[in-house]
Design a protein around this ligand. Structure first.
Ligand SMILES: Nc1ncnc2c1ncn2[C@@H]1O[C@H](COP(=O)(O)OP(=O)(O)OP(=O)(O)O)[C@@H](O)[C@H]1O
Ligand SMILES: [Mg+2]
Length: 274
């Protein structure tokens, strides 16, 4: 097992990153993939969205140490097969502690911690804050693929360029760049592409075909109950759209987003053991 790390990102706030993270993670688990959702946002909305308590403790080792990282995960109330590394206000303290450690290795803490989690899970979804402080930088440094929700008024080229440039700034030299894909939220393809028809060739193929339906009512009810859309109202347009989106991500994104090669020591050990 070696899970791919998909980070839901975008430098604009309030565009549907957390709802995408929660529902994509839930649908992957329902599809039979053992999935981990990492909530690296001090707001902890993904954690609450899956019926769990937000973390209030600034436990840096739970982020730095791969074993402690795994011990901090909790099973989501629904669905089965989904675990959550809980976020919440405690992460503000962790952000401060990361700053205090100085720049050396500060952005690659999550990437390091996920080394063990990748072996235990089949898919890892990361939700983070909009700001590019230490936590946001860690999410981008850990990504095999970045998924950018695109809503009304989004400039696709800018959104993709910003995500790629931000990832390039925070990743260690020699690390392969992450793939970047766009996800339409409540917009038809033509509506999203209309402002700049020249995008057709350049970036349009990186916008996934399956959109997320616009449904503020079901989304609000899901949040109030701490359930993903499929567990709250499986027949809703919102739930069905997440199902289609997850299918496309399993067919198109996961096979393309290859995890990094294992460290040389692991390869050598495997060769000796073989
Ligand atoms: N599919 C949708 N249908 C209707 N409204 C939506 C949808 N997705 C997101 N929204 C609206 O956008 C708001 C923010 O959604 P969400 O918390 O998922 O975004 P975010 O990018 O994580 O925000 P933040 O920057 O606060 O972390 C929701 O409260 C809802 O009002
Ligand atoms: Mg959010």
């Amino acid at each position: 097992m070696c899970a791919q790390v998909l980070v839901i990102a975008g430098l604009k706030g309030g565009v549907g990153r957390t709802s995408t993270a929660v529902n994509l993670a839930a649908m992957l688990a329902l599809a039979g993939k053992k999935t981990l959702l990492v909530d690296l946002d001090p707001k902890g909305e993904a954690t609450v969205g899956l019926g769990l308590e937000r973390t209030t403790v600034a436990d840096l080792q739970a982020l730095v140490d791969p074993q402690r990282f795994l011990e901090a995960t909790r099973p989501a109330s629904r669905p089965e097969g989904l675990d959550v590394w809980p976020g919440g206000p405690g992460l503000e303290g962790i952000e401060g502690l990361l700053w205090a450690r100085g720049p050396e290795g500060r952005d690659s803490v999550l990437r390091g911690a996920l080394a063990d989690a990748r072996k235990r899970y089949q898919a890892i979804i990361v939700d983070g804050p909009t700001a590019l402080g230490p936590l946001g930088r860690n999410t981008l440094a850990a990504a095999d693929a970045i998924l950018v929700p695109l809503s009304g008024g989004a400039n696709i080229a800018n959104a993709f360029l910003e995500a790629s440039a931000a990832a390039a700034r925070v990743r260690a030299p020699g690390t392969a760049p992450p793939l970047v894909f766009g996800i339409r939220v409540g917009l038809r393809r033509e509506e999203l592409l209309a402002p700049d028809p020249q995008l057709q060739d350049e970036h349009a193929q990186r916008v996934l075909e399956a959109p997320i339906a616009y449904d503020a009512r079901v989304l609000a009810e899901c949040r109030a109950r701490g359930l993903p859309a499929f567990d709250h109202e499986p027949g809703s347009r919102l739930a069905r759209s997440y199902l289609e989106l997850t299918r496309e991500i399993m067919e198109r994104v996961l096979p393309a987003a290859l995890p990094p090669p294992p460290p040389a020591t692991d390869t050598a050990r495997a060769a000796v053991e073989a």
